[in-house]
Design a protein around this ligand. Sequence first.
Ligand code: NAP
Length: 258
Amino acid sequence: MFDLVGRSVLVTGGSKGIGRGIASVFARAGANVAIAARSAGSLDEAVAEVDDLGDGTVIGVRVDVSDRGSCDEMAAAAVEAFGGLDVLCANAGIFPDAPLATMTPAQLDEIMGINVHGTFFAVQACLDALTASGTGRIVLTSSITGPITGYPGWSHYGATKAAQLGFMRTAAIELAPHGITVNAILPGNILTEGLLDNGEDYLASMARSIPAGALGTPEDIGHLAAFLATREAAYITGQAIAVDGGQVLPESLDAIIT
Ligand code: NAP
């Protein structure tokens, strides 16, 4: 029923973390996958790893999503490799922390450039190909931070993640006549390489705040992305869906049953 064999998918920020999990799920489901990121080293590593997971074609594309021209080249490379494009997972993003009182204009510009402009540019670059698909799908990686929650040091980050949802709601209307859906996944705390560096105590305290009792995996995000990318998900558009083990639900730590 949910067949992704032969669907062609582009995952920005697919070389690490959540994007790599998304790319892995699509590859296992038989899709062709283009993994896009800036750094060649981690990109090559991801392509080699993901390529082993399925029968589809996997390619790597260097891109800086904050640059519109670079996004155009990325989309063209995917279309050339696969003969078209059905799905864009606009996942690339950064999350440096910066307290509001000392945040510089350059810090604000950088995060807006990658997380917000990067979302616009990646989508714009893929529009012709997604329209030609007839069943085009756009899946944004937003966050619970911004749309639902806050965290000290992340006022700029939260603003970018909320901005993606504002973008999504109008894009979904504009693109509906072309058969393209636009949805957003709001991950909670997902266990990525970056988080592992914070140590066991930090991870244990994060897990305690989640009703499901554990952090999520990149593949947890990939499974929803894969469903939203199917032809069968055609009637779901403009939706923001949290994948967070219930993290945003408790009123306090006492509300969590251990
Ligand atoms: P990550 O492990 O740091 O991976 C980020 C990916 O994005 C890498 O592939 C990185 O590769 C790429 N990237 C960064 N800047 C880029 C640019 N300008 N152009 C192209 N690619 C770029 O991060 P992550 O934790 O997986 O986060 C991925 C997405 O999930 C982000 O949008 C983030 O906001 C969201 N998210 C994460 C969590 C979490 O718990 N991890 C929770 C909620 C939301 P290069 O650096 O080589 O370009």
